[in-house]
Design a protein around this ligand. Structure first.
Ligand SMILES: N[C@@H](CCC(=O)N[C@@H](CS)C(=O)NCC(=O)O)C(=O)O
Length: 194
């Protein structure tokens, strides 16, 4: 059975959503980031990078990094249609997932939510917060443009929407202003049965 190493409220929410959508059996092990559980030796033995998400697969191997886990799940359960058609569908999905994880999350939200991770200096932290907010706003504007008036980012629900789900939840939790179509996307995903 698959096991997701997950911290509620973190980016692993996007992988949890994909597992629920797929409907294959899985279990969840909570790694509470607030308690610094990602640094426990037992978890470092699972993922030496000390990050969530990590996915233990039925063959006993562990996969890390959101885009890799999302791609593996979508390819392993093709009947769920979580990737678009053919190579073009796949690269367009990965293009969005990577943008959301590497730019919007890492260079936007991370900088303004946890600036203390990067510097103890309050002046440096203030600059990181300002930069992170501006990167997040720019990134959300780009995502809004990509979504336009579609129902989901690439038409049908897929891995890009699962990545959007967690980052839009970060936006809601931090009171970040969202374009109307992204607020609607967040509500639409929240209303899915999964
Ligand atoms: N590049 C990684 C990023 C994972 C990541 O940064 N996860 C955060 C939670 S959203 C984490 O585990 N932070 C704990 C830490 O940095 O100590 C991925 O794509 O999965």
């Amino acid at each position: 059975m698959m096991r997701l190493f997950h911290s509620p409220g973190s980016c692993s929410e996007g992988i949890l959503l994909l597992l629920e959508e797929i409907g294959a059996p899985f279990e969840v092990e909570v790694i509470d980031l607030k308690q610094q559980a990602q640094r426990d030796p037992a978890y470092l033995a699972v993922n030496p990078k000390g990050k969530v998400p990590a996915l233990l697969r039925p063959d006993g191997t562990v996969l890390t990094e959101f885009p890799a886990i999302a791609l593996w799940l979508a390819r392993s359960f093709p009947e769920t249609g979580l990737l678009g058609d053919g190579l073009e569908g796949e690269v367009r999905a990965l293009e969005l997932v990577d943008f959301i994880v590497a730019s919007l999350h890492m260079r936007g939200f991370t900088l303004f939510v946890v600036p203390q991770k990067f510097s103890p200096d309050p002046l440096v932290q203030a600059a990181l917060v300002a930069h992170g907010r501006s990167e997040a706003a720019k990134g959300l504007a780009h995502l809004s443009e990509r979504l336009g008036d579609q129902v989901y980012l690439l038409g049908a629900f897929g891995i890009a929407d699962a990545a959007a789900w967690y980052v839009l939840s970060f936006a809601k939790a931090t009171g970040t202003e969202l374009p109307d179509n992204l607020s609607a996307l967040h509500a639409r995903i929240a209303a899915r049965r999964s």
